[in-house]
Design a protein around this ligand. Structure first.
Ligand code: PLP
Length: 389
């Protein structure tokens, strides 16, 4: 007799477009940092449903907020005003850097990046955008054109031919390609899919200075880093750098699909009716989820928790034989192994721990809920020690 997992797998494989390589489990429910499969096996989720479950799975405050909203109104578009959207917009601007005064809501990271690229071109009247080597910004044509990692872009060539790719973390590489037609610079402040690459603080400050001096729009793709993952609401907060546009998605809706672009006042005041839009952007359920998510991050002091637990993980990992190094910030971590990361990921999965891999063969990625506690982590350290034997 087939197991429930086998039944589900057979149907998904038959009907869902074959674009994803999946782990051999089917998840049925989640609670906090744990998820449970259809065999009732419990997993510690250090992958966070791909960095989405920032406040954990089915947080009761998110569940309550979206349930109440669903009972009142499931959807109305931006053609009318909504109290819940007003509250969510105000809340997100209140946690954003002071120079940022407006938000545009959409539905995904790629859509947020498409929006930012349009805004940069519209604001400057220019077209060239500097992006980073090994970047990942999404899979729609504009976002894909800004993506240089792996083969995502090349297999769809020609894409939009307006991007210049430079080495991440190196200011001289930017200076070499600067020209009068540059509209924007887009980067992930921590390159995640690339294997968790982070630059030194000076790099981000120098980027800010160049963009201010030349009138270039600085875009931080914070799809993975926003809302506390690196220990501050937004990556630049901790180092005193505010980009002109911040794109967010993944964790900001507590599991509900949401994207957002945060826009500084100099730019936002130039944007007019009809220049951009998105039917579902800022819908009532998404707005209720964003608002509840912000309340949780504040009330549960999750920014400092992300930093504390990130350091705790790093300290504990450094003594484990297969671990060569730990990179990243807060709870966006890349564990450099002297072993193939996919093998270790599979070993951990068997032992009830979900982790991620990256484009670097020997880097295991952690993107857990930032509600993670020290006491959750014992089995993870033990499993890695066991593997090392
Ligand atoms: C840094 C970054 N930007 C953009 C995206 C695209 O987001 P989405 O899949 O929501 O379109 C991702 C997705 O992994 C990402 O990691």
């Amino acid at each position: 007799m087939k197991s429930k997992f086998e039944e589900i797998k057979e149907i998904e494989d038959q009907y869902q477009l074959n674009t994803y390589k999946k782990l051999p489990i089917s998840i049925e429910r989640g609670e906090g940092v744990y998820v449970y499969d259809t065999n009732h096996k419990k997993y510690l989720d250090l992958y966070g449903g791909h960095a989405v479950a920032i406040v954990g799975h089915s947080h009761p405050h998110i569940v309550k907020a979206i349930t109440e909203q669903v009972n009142k109104l499931i959807f109305y578009s931006n053609v009318v005003y909504l109290e819940i959207r007003a509250k969510a917009s105000e809340a997100i601007i209140n946690v954003a850097p002071t120079e940022i005064n407006k938000v545009f809501f959409c539905n995904s990271g790629a859509e947020a990046n498409e929006t930012a690229l349009k805004i940069a071109r519209r604001f400057t009247g220019k077209q060239t955008v500097i992006a980073m080597k090994n970047s990942f910004h999404g899979r729609t044509i504009g976002a894909l054109s800004a993506t240089s990692l792996g083969n995502y872009r090349n297999q769809f060539a020609p894409v939009i031919d307006a991007f210049k790719f430079v080495e991440f973390g190196k200011i001289s590489a930017i200076e070499e390609v600067l020209s009068d037609d540059v509209a924007g610079i887009i980067l992930e402040p921590i390159q995640s899919m690339a294997g968790i690459e982070i630059a030194d603080d000076q790099y981000y400050k120098a980027l800010r200075d160049i963009c201010t001096e030349k009138g270039i729009v600085l875009i931080f793709d914070e799809v993975q880093t926003a809302f506390g993952r690196t220990g501050s609401w937004f990556f630049g907060d901790a180092i005193g750098v505010t980009p002109d546009l911040i794109t967010c998605a993944k964790g900001i809706g507590g599991g509900i699909p949401v994207g957002a672009v945060l826009i500084n006042e100099d730019i936002s005041k130039t944007i007019k009716h009809g220049e951009h839009g998105s039917t579902f952007g800022g819908g009532p359920i998404a707005s209720a989820a964003i608002l509840a998510n912000i309340e949780i991050i504040k009330n549960e002091n999750l920014l400092s928790n992300a930093l504390e637990i990130g350091s705790y993980i790093t300290e504990n990992l450094m003594g484990i034989p297969i671990v060569k190094n730990v990179k990243g910030k807060g709870l966006l971590l890349g564990i450099e192994l002297n072993e193939e990361a996919a093998k270790v990921r599979d070993y951990l999965l068997e032992r009830g721990i979900i982790t991620g891999t990256s484009a670097k063969k020997n880097v295991l990625r952690l993107l857990p809920p930032i509600i993670l506690k020290k006491e959750d982590l014992g089995i993870f350290f033990e499993a890695l020690k066991e593997y090392s034997k």
